[in-house]
Design a protein around this ligand. Structure first.
Ligand SMILES: Cc1cc2nc3c(=O)[nH]c(=O)nc-3n(C[C@H](O)[C@H](O)[C@H](O)COP(=O)(O)OP(=O)(O)OC[C@H]3O[C@@H](n4cnc5c(N)ncnc54)[C@H](O)[C@@H]3O)c2cc1C
Length: 389
């Protein structure tokens, strides 16, 4: 028997859960269809960094709005925690990018983000164990840190369910039903569901879902490995979260462990169902080498574990948000390796766009997927060289 809803969301990651939360808050009858279990995709593998330092203003605004959700989670979402942990955040850049760092920090301050420029000497005072001889200035966000992505998605989904949303696990979407150029529902491994609006929040699988709707958007996949290292006794205390451009790396504390990811060597367009339980050969050696360059004391640390994950990526490495193709078909995907921290605000803005005809909290219409059809890629005013968490 066909089950009928106002709106169907494909994918139960951070973004599907956030959209379900915000839509159900406005009385929309939503079902989230998930082929596996909650946060089983990129969300469950995410490093969970929550910082605001972006070089594109719209993304910075999404991160700033989202930060306030993470900080005030209990009042805004409900009793289930998101695991937000304040560590302070340092953005390190190469000397040649210091002008971009200054311009981006000023942009962030203009929109209200608590951030400041600090000298290498200041960084040494904040974190004496860091090597600071390869940069002069850094950006510091005293309130930033990280959250637990699985708890975040679960908390939002639980709050959505409390308002009537339905979450269906082990439910693979196998077809999109179309009639006269508009969406009518989906076919799944658990039978048909009908709704006039279908949102593709399928992460690294989003291109496959687009194909079911006859929509061709250049969505690829991005593979990323991370490592957890044990800290030696001298480094027992938690340390700031750091994005380290000069070493193409980021790291943050996780209890007595330090999580490390590398920005380079992340393969594109692999099968998103590839092995993500193990890091690729060579990754751990490279990660240890980079971490020890910035934190030499970590030479006395140890390897705890390593794994990988897949996210969706777009050609300009910014999200694909908005309607495209048959009427009623929307994209909420393409987060290009940095989507967790903006998930609370993206869900809010998408709900405004769908229900009110335009996003209000942050103007996310620049992320329209039609920009790829029109060949108009998003470019930052003061870019750094790569994509970051
Ligand atoms: C290792 C790693 C580290 C990261 N670190 C950070 C970080 O520190 N900070 C940050 O902001 N971002 C980070 N990211 C990026 C961030 O995790 C993602 O952008 C974000 O989690 C994407 O959420 P999502 O809901 O769009 O996708 P996902 O979490 O991938 O959810 C998509 C869901 O769709 C489901 N699905 C797919 N096909 C179907 C189908 N046919 N039918 C039904 N369901 C389907 C999948 O099973 C999956 O659960 C990282 C990503 C990775 C991989």
């Amino acid at each position: 028997m066909t089950q009928t809803f106002d709106l169907l969301i494909i994918g139960g990651g951070a973004h599907g859960a956030s959209l379900a939360f915000h839509l159900s808050a406005r009385g929309v009858k939503v079902a989230v269809l998930e082929k596996s279990f909650i946060a089983s995709g990129a969300t469950g593998r995410s490093s969970g960094l929550v910082r605001m330092h972006y070089d594109l203003e719209a993304e910075a605004r999404l991160a700033w709005e989202s930060f306030q959700w993470f900080r005030d989670w209990k009042e805004r979402v409900g009793p289930d925690p998101c695991g937000f942990t304040r560590t302070g955040f340092l953005q390190l850049v190469k000397r040649e990018h210091v002008d971009a760092l200054k311009a981006n920090t000023h942009m962030l301050q203009r929109i209200g983000v608590p951030t400041m420029l600090v000298t290498a000497e200041d960084v040494k005072r904040l974190a004496p164990f860091l090597v600071t001889d390869d940069f002069d200035l850094a950006a510091y966000e005293p309130e930033s840190g990280y959250a637990d992505p699985v708890s975040t998605a679960t908390s939002m989904m639980n709050a959505a369910r409390a308002r009537g949303a339905v979450f269906v696990q082990d439910c693979q979407v196998t077809g999109i039903r179309l009639k006269s150029g508009r969406v009518e529902g989906v076919d799944t491994s658990k039978g048909p569901y009908s709704a006039p609006i279908v949102v593709n929040a399928a992460g690294a699988w989003a291109r496959q879902i687009c194909a079911l709707a006859g929509v061709d958007v250049p969505l690829g996949t991005w593979r990323h490995d991370v490592m957890f290292a044990t800290r030696p006794p001298e480094l027992r205390l938690p340390h700031p979260t750091v994005i380290d451009f000069p070493n193409s790396m980021y790291f943050r504390p996780e209890g007595g462990l330090t999580l490390v990811g590398l920005e380079d060597g992340n393969p594109l367009d692999e099968d998103p169902d590839g092995d993500s339980d193990h890091a690729r050969a060579g990754f751990v050696d490279r990660a240890i080498d980079r971490l020890c360059r910035r934190v030499p004391l970590m030479e006395r640390g140890g390897l705890h574990s390593a794994h990988g994950g897949y996210d969706g990526i777009t050609p300009d490495q910014h999200p694909a948000l908005g309607p495209i193709g048959p009427e009623g078909f929307w994209l909420d995907c393409g987060f290009s390796g940095t989507g967790f921290k903006i998930s609370p605000a993206v869900g809010l803005c998408m709900s405004e766009w769908i229900l009110d005809g335009a996003p209000k909290t942050v103007d996310i219409s620049i992320f329209t997927p039609t920009r790829f059809v029109d060949g108009k890629h998003l470019v930052s005013e003061h870019p750094y060289e790569s994509i970051w968490r």
